[in-house]
Design a protein around this ligand. Structure first.
Ligand code: HEM
Length: 450
C-alpha cells in the first residue's frame, strides 16, 4: 500500500472514530449546498470569526486591565521607570503595551479586530440587503441581525472609553449627551449610564457593559441568529422567481455536503487568513496610546469618535441639527432597517426587481461613506445649509439616476432573455402560465428565469 493510501485511510479512520463517538452526525448543523462555497455566502461566518477573536483577545486583556480612575504610580512607574502617575485605567493599558510580553500586539489586534468586525458586519448587512436575504421566511433572521448590529456598535462605544484617554473621554461624553437629550427616555437612561455622576461611575458602567452586559446580549442574539439560520438554511441566490426562493433545484439538492468538516474547514481557512492579516497589520502599525484624561497636554486634544460613529458625530455639526434631531434621524434609519422585510413585500429578490429598495440601500451606503470621510476630515467644524445641500444632495440624485438607468437596462435585457426562453420551450409551457413557473419536462437542468 502506498504511503498516501495508508495516510488517507488512517485519517478517515480517525475521523470516523471522532464522528461516531461525538455523535456529530446528529448535531443540528445542517448540510449545505456546495454552490455556496464562495465567500459572499459566508459573510456572517466571517463576522463570527472576528467576534471569536475579540472574545479571546478581550479575555487576555482583562488579566491586566484595571477599570479605575484612581491616580496610580505603580503600573506607569513600573513601565517607564519614572515616577509619572496617571489614572489606573490608562496606566494599566500603558503597562500592557510596554511591559506585557506581546502586549502591544494583543491590544492593537483587539482594537483593529473591533474595526474589522464592524466593517465585516456592514459588508454582511449590505450584501444581505442587495440580494434580498431578508425576504420570507428569513424576516426574523434579519431583525435579530439588526439587533446584533446595535449591540456590536454598543460594544465599540463602551470599549472606546476603557483606555481612559482624553480623546475617548471627550467623544464618549458627546455620545452620552446625545442619548440623555432624548425626550422621556434620556432622563430614564441617565442613572444607568452615569451611575453616581463621577468619572469613576461612568468608567465602571462602561466597563460592566463592555465585558458583561453586552457580551451576554451578543451571545443570546447570536444563538438566536444562528438557530434561525439553521432552521431556514442558507438563502438561495437572488432570483426573479419567487418559487425558486423556497427550494433548490434537484441537482443542487443532491450536492449538499456535511457542515462538519466541509463548512467548518472552509470557515477555518478564512478565519486563519483573517487572524494572520490582523496580526500582520497590528505588528506593522501598532496602536499608540493617546494622552490620558486630565493630563496638561490633553487640552489640545480634538474630540473624535471611532470611524463607525463619525457620521453621527458630523451630523451634529450641521446647521439646525440639534442632538435630538440627530438621534431621531439615526432612529428612523434603525427602524427602517429593522422593519425592511415588512416594507419590501414583493417576493422577488433579484436587485433588478427592486429599484426603489436598491436606491435606498445605495443612498444609505453613500451617505454613510461621505459623512464618515467628512467627519474624519473636519471633526467638530460647523457646516452651513448651502454646504449640506451641495454635499449630500448629489448622493441621492446620482443614485436615483444610476439605479433608474441600471433598472431600465437590465430589466429590458432580462425580458428579452425571458422571451427567448419562452420561444425555445414554445408549447412546453402550459398556455397562459406565468414565466416563473417550473421548467418544462425534459428541461430540468435549465433555470427558468436567471
Ligand atoms: C455580530 C453580527 C453578526 C453576526 C456574528 C452574524 C452571523 C451570521 C452567520 C454566521 C450567518 C450564517 C450565514 C453566513 O455565514 O452568512 C448569518 C446569516 C444571516 N444574517 Fe447575520 N450576523 C450578524 C449581523 C447581521 C446583521 C446586521 C444582519 C442584517 C440586519 C444579519 C442578517 C442575516 C441574515 C438575514 C442571515 C441569513 C442569510 C442567509 O441565509 O444567507 N446579520 N449571520
Amino acid at each position: 500500500m502506498s504511503f498516501s493510501n495508508w495516510y488517507n485511510r488512517t485519517l478517515n479512520q480517525i475521523w470516523g472514530f471522532v464522528e461516531d463517538r461525538t455523535a456529530m452526525k446528529k448535531w443540528a448543523l445542517r448540510p449545505q449546498p456546495d454552490f455556496t462555497f464562495k465567500p459572499s455566502y459566508w459573510t456572517g461566518s466571517f463576522v463570527a470569526v472576528a467576534l471569536a477573536y475579540q472574545v479571546v483577545s478581550g479575555a487576555l486583556l482583562l488579566l491586566y486591565y484595571e477599570p479605575s480612575t484612581n491616580s496610580t504610580l505603580t503600573a506607569c512607574g513600573q513601565a517607564t521607570g519614572s515616577l509619572s502617575s496617571g489614572p489606573a485605567a490608562w496606566c494599566s493599558t500603558y503597562f500592557i503595551i510596554h511591559s506585557v510580553p506581546m502586549g502591544q500586539l494583543l491590544l492593537s489586534s483587539h482594537l483593529y479586530g473591533a474595526y474589522a468586525m464592524i466593517f465585516l458586519m456592514f459588508v454582511h448587512f449590505f450584501r444581505g440587503y442587495y440580494v434580498g436575504v431578508y425576504k420570507s421566511p428569513r424576516e426574523f433572521s434579519w431583525m435579530v441581525g439588526t439587533l446584533l448590529m446595535v449591540v456590536t456598535l454598543g460594544m465599540g462605544f463602551t470599549g472606546y472609553l476603557l483606555p481612559y484617554t482624553q480623546i475617548s473621554y471627550n467623544a464618549t461624553n458627546v455620545g452620552i449627551v446625545l442619548a440623555l437629550r432624548l425626550p422621556t427616555v434620556g432622563p430614564l437612561l441617565g442613572p444607568f449610564i452615569l451611575a453616581d455622576g463621577t468619572a469613576q461611575g461612568l468608567l465602571s458602567r462602561m466597563f460592566d457593559a463592555h465585558v458583561i452586559l453586552l457580551p451576554l446580549a451578543l451571545a443570546g442574539l447570536f444563538y438566536a441568529h444562528f438557530a434561525l439560520f439553521e432552521s431556514h438554511g442558507i438563502a438561495p441566490p437572488a432570483t426573479s422567481d419567487p418559487l425558486q426562493r423556497r427550494r433548490f433545484n434537484e441537482k443542487e439538492e443532491k450536492q449538499h455536503v456535511p457542515f462538519i468538516p466541509h463548512v467548518l474547514l472552509y470557515t477555518m481557512k478564512w478565519g486563519l487568513l483573517y487572524t494572520g492579516v490582523l496580526f500582520g497589520i497590528a505588528a506593522l502599525w501598532p496602536w499608540s496610546l493617546p494622552t490620558y484624561v486630565g493630563n496638561t497636554a490633553a487640552a489640545a486634544v480634538v474630540t473624535e469618535p471611532d470611524w463607525y460613529f463619525l457620521w453621527l458625530f458630523k451630523l451634529v455639526d450641521f446647521a439646525g441639527v440639534t442632538p435630538v434631531i440627530a438621534i431621531a434621524i439615526s432612529n428612523v434609519v434603525l427602524v427602517y432597517i429593522l422593519f425592511l422585510p415588512f416594507l419590501d413585500r414583493s417576493k422577488r429578490t433579484h436587485p433588478r426587481d427592486r429599484p426603489l429598495w436598491i436606491f435606498l440601500a445605495t443612498s444609505l451606503l453613500g451617505f454613510f461613506i461621505v459623512m464618515t470621510v467628512w467627519g474624519g476630515e473636519t471633526p467638530g467644524v460647523q457646516i452651513t445649509d448651502p454646504t449640506i445641500a451641495y454635499t449630500i444632495g448629489p448622493i441621492f440624485l446620482v443614485n436615483a439616476v444610476v439605479v433608474a438607468l441600471f433598472h431600465y437596462r437590465y430589466y429590458r435585457s432580462y425580458q428579452r432573455r425571458l422571451a427567448a426562453r419562452r420561444s425555445l420551450f414554445a408549447g412546453s409551457y402550459p398556455r397562459g402560465a406565468p414565466a416563473r413557473s417550473s421548467a418544462p419536462a425534459g428541461a430540468a437542468e435549465v433555470k427558468v428565469v436567471d
